[in-house]
Design a protein around this ligand. Structure first.
Ligand SMILES: [Zn+2]
Length: 104
């Protein structure tokens, strides 16, 4: 033992750190590459809304370059038509997303 002091827990970080680092390296690299490719289109983003019919949280994709918009999107869970209202701020940022039932 080179370091007999109990205040140096050199063994544990060395043993546990190696597999974790390798895991992170292999896990993150492809994800980052994909993220950079997809992230080049910054005007598209995802938003979570609650379905007004079944109450499930669903994720929708927004195209903020189109500005304020209102359209109907089918719920991914119960397939009911949801009226989605999107408001975009002056800087092109997402302000509000509203999800309402479609009046028939
Ligand atoms: Zn639903």
């Amino acid at each position: 033992m080179n370091c007999p002091r109990p205040g140096h827990p050199a063994d544990n970080p060395a043993r546990m750190g190696r597999p974790t680092d390798i895991d992170r390296l292999y896990g993150l690299e492809p994800v980052l590459e994909l993220g950079e490719d997809a992230g080049s289109d910054a005007l598209e983003q995802f938003a979570d809304i609650s379905c007004p019919y079944c109450g499930e949280d669903i994720q929708i994709r927004l195209d903020l370059s189109a500005g304020d918009q209102s359209y109907v999107e089918d719920c991914q869970v119960c397939c009911q038509p949801i009226q989605v209202g999107v408001q975009v701020g002056a800087g092109g940022e997402l302000e509000t997303v509203a999800a309402e039932r479609v009046d028939r």
